[in-house]
Design a binder for this molecule. Structure first.
Ligand SMILES: [Zn+2]
Length: 376
């Protein structure tokens, strides 16, 4: 989720908006205006809309504070935080690494709901101090605004404590199980399963409500459940990969034997003898026994077919020093990120002596599978 509009920095964390945010901001402003009209018919149109807009802005400010609380715990525990983005379904703090220990995971998760809860209680307390007597609907603008902010922030705290990824409660549950059992993988599995069960229950309950005549509210609940279910599957898969590769370096999993091709051979021979026969998609180009570059079907396809007999591999190869490489000490997760970012399926591994091996996505997947099978 990348921000398209940048608002500035707080504590070194970039705050931004995704375009989808405008939809929810409009929806919230309109729904507030509707509620104020119903409960405060004496207000003028200008007052009603003014209060609705200010309330909506403060609501999003409270979400930023909620996300900032996650970011501050992450920073305090040594995890780099890139940015906070507001989008259609709330806010998200981009924390660049997964927590390395249970306590960090637990506190990083629970601080958000605590923050929202405190904001909510403070708003309600100020509203009462200003003369609001619950459960009446306040007629003065300021208490009315504070009451709404108080309820919605407490609601946000409760919603976020639902123990399913990617909600904070999922993180808290995972951190707690990890803390107690000392086993990160098991904690991930247990938290993910509980999250999925809850998401299923929300869908079923929401649909039941809908068919009993609850209308939109029932559908909304089913929708949130469905969203939680798919989001939890994704973050679970991501976490399994990160867990499976924790501590692994490129040097541990790279393949040291890689297919080679001579720089002086022409494309025709290369295509006939290697390309169309082996199904491989990546060769190291050797010149005088030294690796000089790499070649893939992509480079070959840039040359017209009738020129193949007159073009050498050296003419079309990507020179090694112009290719993105990793070294044997690079964490495997980082190599995967590089491949994803550059849309590559493999990377040459280079140490101080030159080419040391190859690492590919397919190979990393096999490593994950094998390790999962052996419960490593
Ligand atoms: Zn949160």
């Amino acid at each position: 989720m990348r921000a398209q509009i940048k608002l500035g920095r707080i504590f070194g964390v970039e705050i931004g908006l995704h375009y989808s945010w405008f939809i929810i901001a409009l929806l919230i402003t309109f729904s507030l205006a509707g509620q104020f009209q119903e409960n405060n018919p004496g207000w003028s149109d200008g007052l009603r809309w003014g209060i609705s807009i200010v309330t909506a802005v403060l609501f999003f400010a409270a979400i930023v504070v909620h996300e900032l609380s996650h970011a501050m715990v992450a920073k305090f525990r040594g995890l780099p935080v890139r940015s906070i983005t507001l989008f259609a379904l709330g806010g998200v703090a981009q924390i660049e690494k997964e927590a390395a220990d249970a306590k960090t995971e637990f506190w990083m998760g629970i601080i958000g709901p605590i923050t929202s809860f405190v904001i909510g209680v403070v708003c309600l307390a100020i509203a009462v101090a200003l003369g609001w007597t619950p459960p009446e609907f306040p007629q003065q603008p300021l208490p009315a605004m504070l009451m709404w902010l108080g309820y919605i922030n407490i609601g946000l705290a409760i919603f976020n404590m639902i123990p399913g990824f990617p909600l904070d409660g999922g993180r808290v549950l995972r951190g707690a199980v990890w803390w107690i059992t000392g086993n990160a993988v098991r904690a991930t599995t247990i938290a993910a399963r509980i999250g999925q069960v809850i998401a299923f229950l929300m869908i079923i309950f929401g649909l039941l409500q809908f068919f009993r005549g609850a209308g939109f509210n029932g559908l909304w609940m089913a929708f949130i459940g469905w969203f939680l279910l798919s989001a939890s599957r994704e973050s679970y898969a991501q976490m399994v990969i990160t867990e499976g590769l924790r501590g692994l370096r490129v040097g541990d999993v790279m393949s040291r034997d890689f297919p080679v091709v001579d720089a002086n051979s022409n494309l025709q021979t290369f295509a006939e003898e290697h390309l169309t026969r082996t199904g491989r998609r990546f060769w190291v180009v050797m010149l005088n026994g030294q690796p000089e570059g790499i070649v893939t079907p992509h480079e070959i396809s840039t040359v017209p077919r009738n020129r193949w007999p007159y073009t050498t591999i050296a003419d079309v190869m990507r020179p090694l020093d112009a290719t993105r490489t990793v070294n044997p000490n690079t964490p495997v997760t980082e190599a995967l990120e590089v491949m994803a970012r550059q849309d590559l399926n493999q990377l040459p591994v280079v140490n101080e002596k030159g080419l040391a091996g190859l690492i590919s996505r397919a190979h990393i997947l096999q490593v994950i599978q094998t390790r999962a099978e052996l419960h490593l």
